[in-house]
Write a protein that binds this ligand. Sequence first.
Ligand SMILES: N[C@@H](CCC(=O)N[C@@H](CS)C(=O)NCC(=O)O)C(=O)O
Length: 120
Amino acid sequence: MQKSGQLRKILTEKGIVKKETLEDRLRSLISSSPVMLFMKGTPDAPRCGFSSKVVNALKDEGVSFGSFDILTDDEVRQGLKVFSNWPTFPQLFYKGELIGGCDIVLELRNSGELKATLSE
Ligand SMILES: N[C@@H](CCC(=O)N[C@@H](CS)C(=O)NCC(=O)O)C(=O)O
């Protein structure tokens, strides 16, 4: 365990810091970038066609975004479905709010609203 991990463990045992719950972790991940994409794979190497389409739509519109590969963390993968009440990936968030998955992002792109939706 790394030093910061050891410190957190000791402080948590002493009740000095609150144990980070999965919900805390999800909230913090969702807010880690104004536009945040939970996807399968990475923007450079998507591992699902739906994720790939959303990455391309964001890149085409010149939107910069953060991403998280849910294939690397099953807790986040299953937890986010419950937290956001959305059963599939990709999931795109803007300023902490769920925008939607692939179908919605493509609809927004096709109607010319994607860039504006992600910069309000
Ligand atoms: N219609 C969906 C398509 C996405 C989808 O069906 N994703 C599936 C297969 S990649 C999924 O995430 N299943 C749940 C899982 O793999 O945990 C959308 O608009 O995003």
